[in-house]
Design a protein around this ligand. Structure first.
Ligand code: FMN
Length: 467
């Protein structure tokens, strides 16, 4: 029996691969490895450019940068500090040609006009390679950077996110593709009837005018989402084109996949219009024993006391209630009481309960990938694991989270990608130039183009335009 995609019961390819890039790697102790250098940080743009080029050489669909507008509380434990990810994307666009460029931005701590403009600008600057991971940003610490005492309620954050996306979509549709005439003869630069004011008045936002940027190569950035709670799935079903998610077991991943596809169809969208990418943290070795030894070396570098405090914060319990060699307390809060990251909370508690893990064991499992699936093995074993989840309709692709960077990404593109290509599971060349083309997604039509009737001539007399 071959493992060729489309044969012998294997699902036809290709699937999608995103590289989730984070300083020295996703294993929390990766920075303590002898090979890790102080240069390997998220504030070193030359290093990040090198990683993006490695991902592009591996023909990956995209690279992704997570973000939160606040310095992490566990700064003592692992490399912290980051650049504004949209500025990072701009710098990566300048040194790459095809790789998609995805970054996180918050709908809770930004305004729609500014963010829509920034992503439109990156889409233009990159020739159509921008992607936006839409998050509502959990956690009281960050809320306090924006004049709040605590994070807004989970449901309110998601309501605001939905309206935020509606406004952004209106703004990205501001200019018709053919709005600019440049008619020197007649002295008409643009057809004002083809530039549309947003005129949005809603619960959370009021946005009057049109965006400053013409319609972009992708018309709008690829919309990514990463929340797996009920509200998260509701938002994804309505707006997301790619979904990052975390699952430990095939059953959980399959259930999530089927549920989200069904919700997407239920709101009138095509199931293929949303790509689901569970995370995987690979630790590679030329033999399984070598890979397991590498994983053990990393786990032994975890500082249990730091990790225990982090776990206590996530579970909203006192660290003293988490003795290292005992299982989690029985009386943990219900998911309903969690206003932060609901699905991650549930994933962690279920993992500990299902496998009867002590706190020390749980820290070891989370240290490797914060709840994402981790796998130590040969390139063949990692390729099999990806193909198994893909075949089982638990994924349309994967969020590759190297435990150690830059080596983990270099090894993945050099050793795992060729196996996937040989099986017909992954591209052997970029066919398209835009991120949407890599993900097999259409360029969205404008809400105006079909009727061609502009709401009304845009009042460009907003302060500052034409000054
Ligand atoms: C792969 C992945 C990447 C994420 N990146 C970010 C991020 O950059 N910033 C952030 O605030 N949250 C990030 N999250 C967390 C989600 O936005 C969300 O808070 C979390 O999944 C819980 O969502 P829920 O409350 O809807 O279940 C990420 C989650 C996943 C799975």
């Amino acid at each position: 029996m071959t493992r060729t995609a489309g044969r012998d019961g294997h699902r036809p390819g290709p699937f999608h691969l995103n590289a989730f890039l984070m300083s020295t790697g996703h294993h929390e102790a990766s920075w303590r490895l002898p090979e890790s250098s102080p240069e390997h940080t998220s504030t070193n743009i030359a290093y990040l450019q090198r990683l993006a080029r490695t991902a592009e050489e591996g023909l990956l669909d995209s690279v992704f940068f997570a973000d939160g507008p606040g310095l992490r509380s566990d700064v003592g434990r692992r490399p912290a500090g980051s650049l504004d990810p949209l500025i990072v994307l701009t710098a990566l666009a300048a040194v790459t040609e095809r790789i998609g460029l995805i970054a996180t931005a918050s709908t809770t701590y930004n305004s729609p006009y500014n963010l829509a403009r920034r992503f439109a600008s990156i889409d233009i600057v990159s020739g159509g390679r921008a992607g936006w991971n839409v998050v509502t940003t959990a956690g009281p610490d960050i809320a306090r950077n924006f004049g709040l005492d605590d994070q807004p309620a989970h449901a309110v954050r998601y309501e605001r996110a939905a309206e935020f996306l509606d406004v952004a979509a209106k703004l990205w549709d501001s200019w018709d593709d053919d709005a600019v005439l440049g008619d020197k003869e007649q002295g008409v630069w643009a057809d004002a009837a083809k530039i549309h004011a947003a005129r949005h008045v809603g619960e959370h936002f009021s946005v009057a005018g049109a965006l400053t940027t013409p319609r972009t190569p992708q018309a709008r950035p690829l919309i990514v989402q990463a929340g797996s709670s009920e509200d998260g799935k509701g938002l994804a079903a309505r707006y997301a084109e790619a979904v990052f998610t975390a699952h430990q077991t095939l059953d959980d991943a399959r259930a999530f996949y089927a549920d989200l596809k069904a919700r997407t169809v239920a709101v009138g969208r095509d199931a293929d219009g949303i790509k689901i990418l569970p995370g995987l943290v690979p630790v590679l070795g030329s033999t399984e024993a070598e890979a397991l030894a590498a994983e053990r070396e990393l786990d032994e570098l975890i500082v249990p006391e730091y990790a225990r405090r982090q776990l206590a914060a996530t579970l909203r319990v006192d660290p003293d209630d988490l003795p290292l060699d005992r299982q989690l307390p029985a009386d943990l809060p219900d998911e309903d009481e969690i206003e932060g990251a609901k699905s991650r909370y549930t994933l962690i508690v279920e993992l500990a309960r299902r496998e009867r893990l002590t706190v020390r064991e749980l820290i070891g499992r989370l240290g490797g990938g914060r709840g994402h699936r981790t796998l130590a093995g040969t390139p063949e074993q990692v390729a099999d694991a990806l193909q198994d989840w893909y075949d089982a309709e638990a994924a349309d692709g994967f969020n590759i989270m190297p435990a150690v960077l830059p080596r983990g990404l270099e090894e993945f593109t050099a050793h795992v990608v060729p196996i996937l290509q040989a099986r017909g599971l992954f591209r052997t060349a970029y066919e398209g130039t835009t991120l949407r083309e890599h993900y097999g997604l259409e360029r969205p039509a404008s809400r105006y183009s079909s009727s061609g009737v502009s709401v009304e001539a845009v009042e460009l007399a907003t302060a500052g335009v034409g000054a």
